[in-house]
Each structure stands twice: as structure tokens, then as C-alpha cells.
Design a protein around this ligand. Sequence first.
Ligand SMILES: Cc1cc2nc3c(=O)[nH]c(=O)nc-3n(C[C@H](O)[C@H](O)[C@H](O)COP(=O)(O)O)c2cc1C
Length: 213
Amino acid sequence: MESISVDTAIFTTRSMRHLRPDPVPREDLEYIVEAATMAPSAGNYQMWTFVVVTDENTRQKIGAAYQESGNAYIRDTVLANPDTDEERMHVYGKAMYTVDHLAEAPAIVVACSTMPIPNDSGAASGLFGSVFPAIQNLMLAARGRGLGTVLLTLATDHTPLPPKENTPVRELLNLPEGIEVVALIPVGYPRGKWGRPRRDENLKVLHWNTWEG
Ligand SMILES: Cc1cc2nc3c(=O)[nH]c(=O)nc-3n(C[C@H](O)[C@H](O)[C@H](O)COP(=O)(O)O)c2cc1C
């Protein structure tokens, strides 16, 4: 496979929701998890662990749990709210595809923290702030191998609306106490095209020296 530059990976990795069901080679899944572990972490505690789910039956069950949370949050809360702005309608409208098709991804990486998420925001930021850079590494490494991904936090252990009718992901995977599900990342070959992510160009994100600068 032709290799791409770091810049190309960063500037063309967007949520790839439409994935082909073709299996992903095991070496590629191992490689993207290894890439994840190159991320920085608070105190270098490396408080992450990854369960890669390729088993069809487990993917279906994860898909059902995700669909329940996704319908409750995206469909019935965000999209049903008349005050939801146009951009969010667009974003969450697209997110509904994943709600209905997650199980079709040939692999779902379940990113976990190896420490319980504390209530105190300072400590929680250290923990989430360690797992999410690892996830971003994983997504960029996947992009480098021609694999699409999308970062999902619904139906995790910190979701606003956990599934009630379907089995929670942590139970499906037999996770021991203390290991917490932080994100689900479906991985597969894209049906869609790579492209620059849609970003608001009117937002002021760069300040020189002071806020006013
Ligand atoms: C912390 C975090 C949580 C997210 N959770 C979800 C989710 O549960 N479901 C979903 O469909 N997308 C989720 N997303 C994906 C965002 O919707 C997506 O990144 C955003 O719309 C920008 O689109 P892009 O990635 O294509 O640039 C999440 C992204 C982040 C960073």
C-alpha cells in the first residue's frame, strides 16, 4: 500500500461511517493498537487497554446496545428537539447511519481505561486525556493503512443514555471491575471518500500571546 504523509493523514481523516464488511487483516488491527500505545499519557501510566471485536455475534450485540443508546440520544433527544441548530441536525443526521449500521463494521475496537474514571474533573481529565490521544493515534494509523474509523462514546460506561433492554458492552466483553469502556471505534475499509473534515472557518481558534492577540 502507498504510504501517506502525516499531514495527509491529519487533514483527511474524517469520520468514516460507511464501511465495507470485508475483514481487516489481523496484523493491521494489531498495528493500529500498537500505534495507539505510542500516545502520551499522564505520568506515563498508559492507562488504556483495547478489546478488538471481530466476532460476528458479539458485533451484533454491541450494535444492538449502540442502536438503543443512539436512538434514545441522537434520534429521540437531539434530532427530535425543535431547538437543535442546522449544523447539529446535519452532524447528528449523519450519525444516525452508524446507529443503524455499527454491527456491519468488520472490527470494533473497544477502547477502555484501566482505572475507574474519577468524579473529580482534574483527575478525570488526566484519565480521559490519556485514552483519547491513544484513540486518535489509532484512527490516524488506521487511515495510513486505508482503513476508516469513527469515534463513538454512546453506549460506553460514560454515556448519557445507557442501554436498558440490551446488554451493556462491558458485560458482553466480560470486563472486570476497574476496566471502563471509554469509546467504540468501528474499523473497516471505507465506502466513502477521504476528505478534509468539515470545520467552521469563522471560529477563532488561534490567539497570539494574549486572548486579544
Ligand atoms: C469525544 C467524542 C465522542 C463522539 N461520540 C460519537 C458518538 O457517540 N456517535 C457518533 O456517531 N459520533 C460520535 N463522535 C464523532 C463526531 O460526531 C465527529 O467527530 C464530528 O461530527 C466531526 O466529524 P468528522 O470526524 O467527520 O470531522 C464523537 C466524537 C468525539 C470527539
